[in-house]
Write a protein that binds this ligand. Structure first.
Ligand SMILES: [Zn+2]
Length: 163
């Protein structure tokens, strides 16, 4: 499997898990409408928090499943861990941004998760075609790795993200 496909599948799982949590809290508190596009700002905050959490987890090695996933990515193409996190962040942003929230079926948890999966399967294909043409996957990696990172500082700062 190509690194691109591997990361896209990983991001698809991240989105599915997050949407499952969103629906469960929505079922209790219906103040938010999961089918509205206004949700996007919240999603951006989630993605940055999530990628930073992966970063800290990989440094501390406190999540064996996650470490295994990223070690596997590293074996496919010798990108540094920081580089892999940046590629993952880029794909997660595009994939989540493309999720057509208006098409999500909020009747029940099952219909909701089915609609999320259905939409994801379509946009994962589009995302693959898009990123296949992006050179960031083929570069010779010279990025710094974890041993040069400050484990007390988040890797990504939400404050510097352009809106
Ligand atoms: Zn790289």
């Amino acid at each position: 499997m190509s690194l691109l496909q591997f990361i896209i599948d990983f991001c698809g799982d991240v989105i599915r898990n997050h949407e499952s949590k969103l629906y469960k809290s929505y079922a209790v508190d219906k103040r938010v409408d999961l089918t509205k596009a206004e949700f996007k700002e919240y999603i951006t905050i989630f993605i940055f928090g999530y990628i930073n959490a992966i970063y800290f987890s990989l440094i501390r090695k406190d999540n064996p499943q996650l470490v295994k996933k990223f070690e596997a990515m590293k074996k496919i193409h010798k990108h540094s861990m920081c580089c892999l996190l940046e590629l993952t962040r880029q794909i997660l942003v595009v994939l989540y941004d493309c999720l057509p929230r208006c098409k999500l079926d909020i009747k029940s948890y099952e219909t909701y998760m089915n609609s999320v999966t259905l939409c994801l399967n379509i946009i994962k294909g589009i995302c693959f075609k898009h990123f296949s043409k992006v050179p960031s996957f083929q570069h010779q990696c010279e990025e710094i790795d974890f041993d040069q990172c400050d484990p007390n500082q988040p890797l990504f700062d939400l404050a510097i993200v352009p809106k």
